[in-house]
Design a protein around this ligand. Structure first.
Ligand SMILES: [Fe+2]
Ligand SMILES: [Fe+2]
Length: 255
């Protein structure tokens, strides 16, 4: 089966790009399932119920998130009650939501797990112990992980740790796609970061002039999302339904 995984969808223009293009991408590439990271889907970061609905209505099957997930209180109830939105599993149990979900396509089930990195990120529970505990509870053949993390070294180590145990480990959070996609020796597809859906001429979706001003003058600056020249960064993973191992991983970028 082919799974499309889409990087951090930034703001209204990122959501609109998916509404306009996702259905044709799915049919053109014979995609069975779509995963999208929605932690920046709402204006001002985080995700609101309206942007969650926008993504799901556009053809996304499950939304993963990251360090911005709890920014908007309005989403907490959806995190607790909806099966198609998850938050990093290594936040404390007291936080809203859950860290993995199993999507049932009738003849096949796919587990999607969201984990937060710890290098240059929040001081959450250890990703390695967290994933060990989750994998004990899951018996689906196909398991896909969104590792939302900053450091490429941590991401690569996590990918190798899970080689042969899951179908795919892809990274999110940096909003910059890496070119290191590969199938690891024991059959796990891996890429350090799949990128974003946002403006091609931005700094991670933000107007670069705002960032330059902030870095040069060190005074507070209001960040403005750039809404033009939207580019979609994603990957297509082809997974053997009988073994759960990856057959292929390739990057798909559309602007
Ligand atoms: Fe993000
Ligand atoms: Fe993030």
């Amino acid at each position: 089966m082919k799974i499309l995984a889409i990087g951090d969808v930034v703001s209204q223009s990122g959501c609109d790009f998916l509404r306009d293009n996702l259905h044709s991408i799915k049919s053109k590439h014979n995609i069975k399932m779509v995963i999208a990271n929605g932690e920046n889907a709402s204006i001002g970061n985080g995700i609101l119920p309206s942007s969650m609905k926008h993504l799901l209505d556009s053809g996304v099957d499950i939304i993963t998130t990251g360090n911005h997930v709890f920014k908007r209180r309005e989403i907490y109830n959806s995190l607790d009650t909806q099966q198609n939105i998850i938050r990093p599993a290594n936040y404390p149990d007291s936080c809203p939501g859950k860290g993995f979900s199993i999507i049932d396509f009738g003849n096949i089930k796919v587990a999607v797990i969201n984990i937060l990195g710890t290098a240059f990120m929040e001081n959450v529970n250890c990703p390695f112990y967290t994933i060990d505990n989750i994998l004990k509870k899951i018996d689906t053949k196909i398991i896909v992980i969104d590792f939302h993390a900053e450091a490429t070294g941590e991401k690569a180590a996590f990918g190798h740790y899970l080689d042969g145990k899951v179908s795919c480990v892809f990274g999110t959070h940096t909003h910059v796609q890496t070119a290191d996609e590969k199938i690891l020796p024991k059959g796990t597809a891996y890429i350090s970061d799949i990128g974003m859906v946002g403006s091609k001429y931005s700094a991670l979706g933000i107007n670069p002039q705002n960032i330059i001003k902030k870095m040069k003058f060190h005074l507070p600056v209001r960040f403005e999302i750039l809404e033009s020249d939207i580019e979609l960064n994603s990957i297509i993973i082809d997974i053997d339904e009988n073994t759960g191992k990856a057959i292929d991983i390739k990057r798909l970028n559309i602007s």
